[in-house]
Write a protein that binds this ligand. Structure first.
Ligand code: AMP
Length: 398
């Protein structure tokens, strides 16, 4: 069975074609500048075919999908001989609200439910819906599955997901913590249990997804019981450009003082804050590491703040679960920045965590970076959201 995994953004579309017999990625690529002009980078990963990397007109997502299918099946760049070899499509969908606690086969009622979730994710869900409709237009009745960023977190208890505001805002408007990056937290926690050789039902795991956006999840016996992102992805840790937790009074103060509209204010909190805002250097941890090494104090402060917040939130999840067996680092920063990992792990001395420096220097593989004696095990596990989407799609369409 071959499954096409699609992650549609407002002007971009990422894809992978995965052979489920071997879980091998046959080809992957990225359409960019959809609706502006259009560019496709298509990389076949089997058969020694060349990479296609050129501008192509893409007025809508339908032309983008059509270009992807054309390249996947073309004699020069293709990895399958015709579209009929693609058995199903798995779509990443950001927000499933409280309606979806697991992945689901897409039909008309699911499409209607996705539309209802647009107010929760006004930037992301419309793009995901556009991607699904474009696939339907180009691929006809190939079975499709939606896999939600929020679904894994639906097991959180009310005490973790409620905000302490009048209850009717939850009842009438769905105001609560939803959490994001669920597919990643789910993948790395399951992989962590495999690496430990224990059923996930016997483990307490804290997963730290640290990329441009960052979130932490507490996974107790295989179920998410808390996570740091909230109603939106703005809160929790300070991130590349997002502020993380912030007193709402700051928003009122700055809007009054500088006359910002709410859109201007949210743009500052989403795009100009986080480690970028603190350092004034960059949102990229590679640039921050270099600047801090060169003596830039604000870059050092940004990194210190990030490490402190990860340790602080993770520590609160040790309390929430009354213990922890393993801590996992993943995503761009978690997989690549040994300095950030070591900086965070220093706070875990009270848990009996000891880091093995040689293991912490490895890259690109699943690795236990704690010493064999460490009471709590620490892992780096490269995330693979596409594989989770493909597996769910396979399981649902059979
Ligand atoms: P993601 O959102 O998971 O794609 O992560 C992207 C982020 O990972 C970048 O913005 C960088 O901050 C970080 N990153 C990627 N490579 C490295 C590296 N070698 N060292 C430190 N940070 C890195």
């Amino acid at each position: 069975m071959k499954i096409l995994v699609i992650n549609a953004g407002s002007s971009s579309l990422k894809y992978q074609l995965i052979d489920m017999e071997t879980e091998e990625v046959l080809a992957k690529g990225l359409c960019e500048r959809i609706g502006i002009d259009g560019h496709l980078k298509h990389s076949p990963l089997v058969g020694g075919k060349p990479v296609f990397n050129e501008d192509l007109p893409m007025p809508t997502h339908s032309e983008a999908i059509a270009a992807v299918i054309e390249k996947l099946t073309s004699p020069e760049y293709g990895v399958v001989s015709s579209m009929s070899e693609i058995d199903a499509v798995g779509h990443r969908v950001v927000h499933g609200g409280e309606k979806f606690a697991s992945s689901v086969r897409i039909d008309d009622s699911v499409m209607a439910a996705l539309e209802e979730c647009i107010p929760f994710a006004p930037l992301h869900n419309p793009a995901n819906i556009t991607g699904i409709n474009a696939c339907k237009a180009v691929m006809g009745d190939v079975p499709m599955v939606a896999v939600f960023d929020t679904a894994f977190h639906q097991t959180m208890p009310g005490k973790a997901y409620m905000y302490a505001v009048p209850y009717e805002y939850y009842q009438n408007d769905g105001i609560r913590r939803y959490g994001f990056h669920g597919t990643s937290h789910r993948y790395v926690s399951a992989r962590c249990a495999e690496l430990m050789g224990k059923p996930i039902e016997d483990l307490k795991i804290i997963t730290c997804h640290m990329g441009n956006g960052s979130s932490i999840a507490a996974i107790d016996h295989g179920k998410c019981v808390d996570t740091s992102m909230g109603f939106t992805p703005l809160v929790g840790l300070p991130m590349g450009t997002r502020c993380g937790d912030l007193d709402a009074g700051v928003i009122q103060f700055l809007m009054n003082k500088y006359g910002y509209s709410i859109d201007e204010m949210l743009n500052i909190l989403n795009k100009k804050s986080g480690v970028l805002g603190i350092s004034g250097v960059s949102s990229d941890f590679r640039d921050l590491d270099a600047a801090a090494d060169a003596g830039n104090e604000r870059a050092r402060l940004a990194l210190d703040m990030f490490e402190y917040w990860v340790a602080k939130v993770a520590g609160s999840y040790v309390a929430a679960m009354n213990g922890v067996d393993a801590i996992v680092f993943t995503a761009g920063v978690g997989e690549n920045s040994k300095g950030t990992r070591a900086g965070i792990a220093k706070y875990f001395g009270y848990l009996g965590v000891e880091i093995d420096e040689a293991a912490n220097s490895k890259r690109g593989e699943d690795v236990m970076i704690s010493t064999p004696d460490s009471k709590v095990k620490v892992f780096v596990i490269p995330t693979n959201e596409e594989l989770v989407i493909a597996r769910d799609t396979r399981d649902i369409v059979g």
